[in-house]
Design a protein around this ligand. Structure first.
Ligand code: XMP
Length: 516
């Protein structure tokens, strides 16, 4: 088993970043929500060290969460960050107070002493930029701790107990706004916890292939290919593990982008020689969606039709024992909610969740420990071309949710052409990788224009481009005006049916990335 770090999540918005930074230091890490953590679960996980995340609660309030007391008697290093620091301090006999001087955002700490966390990164006497977000602060550290850094609002911005290898930080080392934070975390995993940092994607690939072989035995695995990065990487990995006992089913919903279906088929069948069932179900999807305008209804119809077609094709291909899915780590993490109450359903995501039970299949999810960019790295290890692994995310319901209202074959064709021009221009301007997601939409609105002295009455095309790290929040991407004018000119000039182009500048929230 590889060396692992356990991150106990107290509900911070940025806990995932701790895991990212630890993994970047070559050490495997997992996030476990505090309500699922016990002394036993920690022992079973056998971590080299534990990191306690920040969180929205206040340790000065009763009933707020604490790490199991036994954690501090296991003899393993512990790093508490923000709320995690305060909880540790309080549990070990120190004091935490609600501070009148709250610190949010950029701050500076004075490095008052050397410690293992700072080794080779921060020198005693230096002043360093950090990112803070707290109301409470440590007012008296527990016995055995010394202060190693202080800010104006926090006399104990960093504390250390060298003997026990316990450390506490009031600031957040995991965010990019703490410029050396990644190195501080690396010192914790390598110098304090003694990890070697040998968790690489190449090693992950070999271990995962062995695990798949063990899980699947002589069985057959069916894999739904969407053409996206996740399912493609999962399929490639499975193919390396079990060869032609893998059957890939690619359902062409007719809701894909220009040339997308051909690319997927060519790549899997032509280039990699992976067994692939290709079902062109465009007409069926269109028939089921005819006249349907409500976004949720469209999504549900697409999900159900997909399952029907997939099941049919899987049966024709001789059935299987397992279903492979490209589920990623962020989909698996159960984040802690202190506010309580179910969250509102904004959109029903299309997936094949209903399939395993219906077809009595067991699941194979080889990517469930990885983040998106780690999946991309794994794709590279498996030999997938860069143009493929770096693709923007594309939603399961495809272009159907980029044409508000009822869709038709004609509208889909018009949208495909506009979208291809937009992406071509983004690529040739060298902007593709700076954008999380960019796409065109076709609005159900017709407006008047004038082309070659004649009146036109055609549809409006909207363009969207956003930056994001995980799709949960997003900002509008700021193109320069010449770029947008060039794209608009090409779309109106080359795509029949569109005579006006607009740019969506809304962030998420309050909007969402897709329009439906
Ligand atoms: P929204 O529109 O909710 O989208 O801001 C966030 C991210 O999720 C993608 N998305 C989907 N992905 N099935 C998917 O696999 C879906 O049904 C779906 N709906 C939205 C969206 O493209 C964006 O990246």
């Amino acid at each position: 088993m590889s060396e692992r770090i356990l991150i106990i999540d107290f509900g911070s918005q940025v806990t995932q970043l701790i895991a990212r930074r630890v993994r970047e230091s070559g050490v495997y890490s997992e996030i476990h929500p505090i309500n699922k953590v016990s002394e036993r679960s920690i022992r079973n996980f056998a971590p080299k060290a534990v990191i306690l995340s920040g969180g929205p609660a206040s340790v000065t309030d009763s009933g707020t969460p604490r790490a199991p007391d036994a954690l501090f008697a296991l003899g393993i290093p512990v790093l508490g960050i923000c709320y995690g620091q305060q909880a540790m301090v309080e549990q070990l006999g120190g004091k935490v107070e609600s501070s009148e001087r709250r610190e949010f955002g950029r701050a500076h700490v004075e490095v008052t002493d050397d410690c293992e966390l700072f080794h080779g990164v921060w020198d005693k006497g230096g002043r360093q930029p950090v990112w803070m977000s707290h109301g409470d602060r440590v007012s008296e550290p527990p016995a055995g701790f010394r202060s190693v850094a202080a800010s104006e609002g926090s006399p104990y911005a960093a504390i250390a107990n060298d003997e026990k290898h316990f450390y506490g930080l009031q600031f957040h080392p995991e965010v990019v706004h703490t410029p050396h934070g990644g190195n501080l975390l690396r010192n914790f995993t390598h110098r304090v916890a003694g990890c070697k940092g040998d968790w690489t994607m190449a090693r992950f690939k070999d271990v995962e292939i062995a695990k798949i072989r063990e899980q699947v035995g002589d069985g057959r695995v069916i894999c739904g290919l969407s053409g996206g990065v996740d399912s493609s990487v999962a399929a490639m990995l499975l193919f390396e593990a079990i060869g032609d006992r893998l059957i890939c089913v690619f359902v062409d919903t007719g809701l894909l982008r220009l040339g997308e279906a051909e690319q997927v088929v060519e790549m899997f069948r032509g280039h990699y020689n992976i067994p692939l069932v290709h079902r062109d179900a465009a007409a069926l999807f269109l028939r089921h969606l005819e006249g349907v305008g409500a976004p949720e209804k469209k999504r549900k119809i697409i999900g159900a039709t997909f399952i029907d077609v997939f099941e049919e094709e899987a049966e024709k291909a001789g059935g299987a024992d397992f279903l492979a899915q490209g589920t990623l780590y962020p989909d698996v993490i159960e984040s802690v909610s202190f506010a309580g109450g179910p969250s509102a359903t904004i959109k029903s995501h299309h997936n094949v969740g209903g399939l395993p039970e219906r077809m009595s299949l067991r699941l194979v999810e080889p990517l469930r420990e990885l983040f998106k960019d780690e999946v991309r790295e794994l794709g590279r290890q498996l030999g997938l071309p860069e143009t493929f692994v770096g693709r923007h995310p594309f939603p399961g319901p495809g272009l159907a949710i980029r044409i508000p209202g009822a869709i038709t074959a004609e509208k889909l064709d018009v949208l495909r052409k506009a979208d291809a021009i937009y992406l071509e221009e983004i690529r040739s301007a060298g902007l593709y990788d700076a954008i999380w997601q960019a796409f065109a939409l076709l609005l159900p609105v017709r407006t008047v224009g004038v082309m070659g002295d004649a009146r036109t009455y055609d549809y409006v095309c909207a363009l969207r481009a956003v930056t994001s790290t995980d799709g949960m929040t997003a900002d509008c991407y700021h193109f320069d005006n010449d770029f947008l004018a060039r794209v608009a000119g090409r779309i109106v000039g080359e795509v029949k049916g569109i005579n006006r182009v607009v740019y969506d500048v809304t962030s998420k929230p309050p909007a969402t990335i897709e329009w439906e």
